[in-house]
Design a protein around this ligand. Structure first.
Ligand code: FDA
Length: 312
């Protein structure tokens, strides 16, 4: 994790329309363009090709059609339709039936009922086709609503759906207890958003300590948790807890982001852990891409080198 100042700078840049326009012009233009390191492409076909490649390497995938913070019911309906088309394309392509989505993409900022209806539309197509749908977690102001909507769909009988919990948030211990009691599947992450001290740990040691504690709780009483991190210390802690509890390797899975620590991805797969890669794709890749840069400013050097190469 990097300092709050660096993360703040990238959060601000992520909102810049000028940067977004420039990045959109250059970021995906060629197969070697800089955004392709973290984003599988702009089209469904490119995402499916990435999922097939992962499968050939023994890894599972979850496909994420990028987009967030839509501001009109029309955009939310369009995103919902796009997700339903994605489900159909995945089913026809015979890759892992697993998607990730964000509730602000389905209209959470428009109004809750719109978002809920759109989520049900997606789940009603996903369920009979045997998909698992993961609801990503966004910044802290959305956590309560996201968990409420999740509990409601769970309450009316959808089971192949899970959420994400962020170890940086102070509330997460209570949330994990609640989700474990339900029997819901949780993906544990550190948290990608800049959060106020009031609701979040801002010191890396605290975020990491909370991650280990939550992993312990999930492995003890959760349902097939997903431990999503690139941090070797978190992975080692997970392996230790699993060993202590005598858990078989197929009782949980590790997950990482497309393009990040491919060496570790291959190593964990070779060790026999169920391993899933989060594969983001789509035209709205800029905010996602900026969060990845903010996590590791060394990536900026990589982007600049790619831009110089493309400019030649
Ligand atoms: P940390 O940031 O401490 O990094 C540990 C090491 O990993 C670094 O030293 C570096 O080697 C490597 N690394 C990490 N990020 C890198 C990058 N961008 N480029 C290159 N190397 C990098 N967040 C959220 O808020 N809501 C969500 O729904 C999700 N969903 C999600 C799904 C999956 C499958 C993953 C893996 C992650 C998420 N996240 C997320 C993101 C998560 O919250 C977090 O921001 C990143 O995973 C980075 O944290 P790490 O645990 O990797 O540790």
């Amino acid at each position: 994790m990097v300092s709050a100042v660096v993360r703040a700078a990238f959060t601000t840049m992520a909102r810049s329309d000028l940067l977004k326009r420039l990045a959109s012009r250059y970021g995906m233009r060629q197969p070697a363009s800089f955004a392709r390191r973290f984003v599988a492409g702009e089209s469904v076909d490119e995402a499916l090709a990435a999922a097939r490649e992962l499968r050939a390497s023994g890894m599972m995938s979850t496909l994420d059609l990028l987009g967030e913070s839509v501001t009109s019911a029309h955009e939310a309906r369009t995103a919902t339709r796009d997700y339903i088309s994605l489900l159909e394309a995945i089913a026809a392509a015979d890759v892992d039936r697993n998607i990730s989505l964000k509730l602000t993409q389905l209209g959470l900022d428009v109004d809750r009922a719109t978002c809920f209806d759109n989520l049900r539309r997606v789940l009603d197509v996903a369920k009979p086709a045997g998909f698992f749908v993961r609801i990503d977690m966004e910044s802290s102001e959305y956590v309560e609503q996201t968990l409420d909507i999740f509990s409601t769909v769970w309450g009316i009988g959808y089971r192949d759906v899970g959420v994400v919990i962020q170890s940086c948030l102070r509330r997460s211990d209570a949330d994990v207890r609640r989700l474990n009691a339900l029997g819901a599947r949780v993906r544990l992450v550190k948290g990608a958003y800049r959060e106020p001290r009031r609701v979040a740990f801002t010191d890396k040691r605290e975020v990491d300590a909370a991650f280990v504690e939550l992993t312990r709780r999930l492995l003890a009483g959760g349902t097939y948790p997903a431990i999503a991190t690139h941090d070797p210390a978190m992975i080692a802690a997970t392996e230790t807890v699993a060993r202590e509890r005598g858990l078989a390797r197929d009782r949980f899975e590790f997950q990482m982001l497309y393009g990040v620590r491919r060496d570790l991805q291959a190593a964990l797969t070779a060790e026999g852990y169920p391993f899933r890669v989060y594969v983001p794709f789509g035209r709205e890749w800029f905010p996602y891409f900026m969060r990845r840069l903010g996590e590791r400013p060394a990536n900026v050097g990589f982007v600049l080198r790619a831009l110089v190469r493309e400019g030649r």
